[in-house]
Write a protein that binds this ligand. Sequence first.
Ligand code: HEC
Length: 139
Amino acid sequence: MRELAYIGLPMLMLIAGCGTTPPRERDISELSGVEMYEQLCSSCHGVSGRGDGPVAPLIAVGVPDLTRIAYRNGGEFPTEEVRRTIDGRWDRRAHGARDMPVWGWQLYDSSAPNDANERAQVDSMIDRLVVYLRSIQAE
Ligand code: HEC
C-alpha cells in the first residue's frame, strides 16, 4: 500500500472538513485523474479547480485557477509544462519558495522494489492528473 509521505495533507484535509472520508481503501495509484484530483488537489485548488479550496486563504502566494491554464497560455494547454509543474522534480525555478507540494516525490513509494517501475507508476499517475486538468479548461 502506497503511503503518502506528505504529512501536511491529512492536516489540510482535516481543515477542509474531509476528515470524515474513510482512509484510502484503494492504493492511490489505482485512482482516476478526477479521483486523485479530489483527494490530493481540491483542498487548495478547489473542487472545480478555480483556486478556491478551503485551504487557499492560508496560502499567501495565492492558489491559481487551474481551469484557466490554457487561457493564460494564449489558448493552448501547455501539457509538458503542467506535467513538470505537478511532478516538481524538474522544476526549472531552481530558487525561490515553492508552495505547491512536489508530487513527483510525494507519490513515489520508496519501499517499492523496482525504481524504474515505480517511476513509471508515478509518471502514469501524473499523466492522469494532466489529462484531467486539460479536460476542465475553460473555453
Ligand atoms: C497545499 C496547497 C496545494 C495543493 C494541495 C496542490 N497545489 Fe497546485 N499549486 C499550489 C500553489 C500555491 C500554486 C502556485 C505556484 C507555486 O507555489 O508553485 C500551485 C500551482 C499549480 C499549478 C500551476 C498552475 C499554473 O497556472 O501554471 C498546477 C498545474 C497545479 N498547481 C496542479 C496541482 C495538482 C494536480 C495538485 C494535486 C495533485 C495540486 N496542484 C495540489 C498549491 C497547491
